[in-house]
Design a protein around this ligand. Structure first.
Ligand SMILES: Cc1cc2nc3c(=O)[nH]c(=O)nc-3n(C[C@H](O)[C@H](O)[C@H](O)COP(=O)(O)OP(=O)(O)OC[C@H]3O[C@@H](n4cnc5c(N)ncnc54)[C@H](O)[C@@H]3O)c2cc1C
Length: 419
């Protein structure tokens, strides 16, 4: 009998689950076929998106756009390339519209329904605008490669459009990880653009508007202070305790009624589980649209349906807190889901998921990052180098050393242009 495993989402969780199961089935006599469905053709390496959003490419000035392909491949990779040698994996580019849990069928856009024996849901998350009036219309999100390009182009265009004796102002809504990483790199990009377009450097401003009273609220105090000091030294400005109430063309309106002008507005303050979860019958949702999973990462009450990554709501019993939406959590969950699918096929008891907090590495402009892993705290070049070595390791696991190294080297060359 062939076990039909369907995985929804070719992100960190989905791809890792498929890779582990595919290898296992290749080396065992258990017949499985995996269908990995994603609405996009690409697997995205999100930790590099802030670099894409601030990449300076000479192609803008009429040279051959060779670097653009390097930039693209440093952050996204076609899913069919990742599974080229995995003959028991079929990659399907289609949007999942819903699931019929009774009939074990996936409803797809522009394709007929697909049967599964075991299903893994890993459709990730989407930007949450919290119903702030005007936010979705005026702000640029940073949630995929094309968003990153839009930010990059909008900032470049602002320097081109705005007279040289006026301030060019980029406002970032949200001082979380994405907002801080982006600000750290953006200020270098803005200084570079100022030079290229003939603006004085002091007419380039990057401001983080944050509702809380500090940056990186979910990190330790040490990280919070270090990050603020680092961004300040780069010239980033802050406005704390300033919730955004609504957004108008060229102006952000704060809860207290005051207004902040902007030329480019980027929204990084909100993320929510994929709305696909809300269409699923009989599942339990937490925090809006996160799928509640049991200790084996199954989406109850369905015993043959598992959840991975940002879409799931999973509590770490040692802290009582829900797990953060991070790639490391998605990858760890994928490893457990793959193990439990193997157990299910072998008709053995499932294992319990054990969360583990991997710590933080926060790159903040140039070749600099802050790291807190276990009890170890470091800042400067070393954590930055570590972050990039981890990304090389990640790509190696998906596409092999030779290709991973080439992509990594070419990406680094572009990423360090503004430093
Ligand atoms: C800018 C940015 C920077 C980040 N930096 C870091 C970092 O440095 N470290 C870290 O640990 N985490 C980071 N994260 C978070 C991390 O990327 C996510 O937690 C991780 O991607 C979650 O993995 P996932 O598999 O759940 O979802 P994803 O990796 O988002 O994959 C979900 C996939 O599902 C597909 N999909 C969605 N809906 C459908 C549908 N209806 N039908 C078919 N396919 C669908 C999507 O196209 C996508 O490919 C960052 C996130 C962002 C946005």
């Amino acid at each position: 009998m062939v076990h039909e495993i369907v995985i929804v989402g070719g992100g960190f969780g989905g791809v890792r689950t498929a890779k582990i199961l595919s290898k296992w089935a290749g080396g065992s006599n258990h017949h499985i076929h995996i269908t990995l469905i994603d609405k996009s053709r690409y697997h995205t390496f999100y930790p590099n998106l802030y670099e894409v959003a601030t990449a300076h490419l000479p192609e803008v000035f009429g040279h051959l756009p060779v670097n653009f392909f390097d930039l693209k491949s440093s952050a996204i990779c076609p899913l069919e390339d990742i599974f080229l040698d995995d003959l028991n994996v079929t990659v399907l580019e289609s949007e999942v519209l819903g699931v019929d849990f009774k009939k074990h069928k996936i409803e797809l856009k522009n394709a007929s329904a697909l049967h599964y024996d075991i299903l893994v849901l890993g459709a990730g998350s989407e930007t949450n605008y919290f119903n702030i009036a005007g936010m979705e219309t005026h702000a640029l999100p940073l949630k995929n490669f094309f968003d990153a390009l839009k930010i990059r182009n909008a900032v470049d265009e602002a320097f081109y459009r705005i007279p040289k004796n006026q301030l060019v102002k980029v406002v970032i809504g949200g001082g979380g990880f994405t907002g801080c990483e982006l600000a750290g790199e953006l200020i270098g990009y803005m200084k570079k653009l100022a030079k290229i377009h003939g603006h004085p450097e002091y007419y380039a401003e990057c401001l983080i508007v944050e509702a809380a009273e500090s940056l990186l609220g979910s990190a330790s105090l040490w990280i919070q202070k270090r990050a603020k000091a680092r961004l300040e030294s780069l010239g980033v400005k802050f406005k704390f305790k300033s919730g955004i109430k609504d957004v108008e063309d060229g102006e952000v309106v704060l809860a207290d009624g005051s207004r902040i002008p902007y030329d480019v507005l980027v929204w990084t303050a909100g993320v929510k589980a994929n709305d696909l979860a809300k269409t699923l019958f009989g599942v339990k949702l937490e925090k809006g649209s996160c799928l509640m999973v049991d200790k084996h990462l199954r989406i109850m009450p369905y015993e043959n349906v598992f959840g991975v990554g940002d879409m799931t709501y999973c509590v770490d019993e040692s802290t009582g807190k829900s797990l953060p939406m991070t790639a490391s959590v998605a990858i760890r969950e994928a490893k457990y889901v793959a193990k439990n699918i193997k157990k299910m096929i072998l008709k053995k008891p499932l294992i319990d998921y054990k969360p583990y907090h991997a710590g933080f590495v926060v790159p903040l402009g140039g070749k600099y990052a802050i790291m807190e892993i276990g009890g170890l705290r470091l800042s400067g070049f070393l954590p930055w180098a570590l972050k990039h070595l981890v990304s090389l390791h990640y790509w190696n696991e998906l596409i092999g050393w030779r290709r991973a190294l080439g992509i990594w080297k070419r990406g680094l060359r572009i990423y360090t242009e503004n430093d």
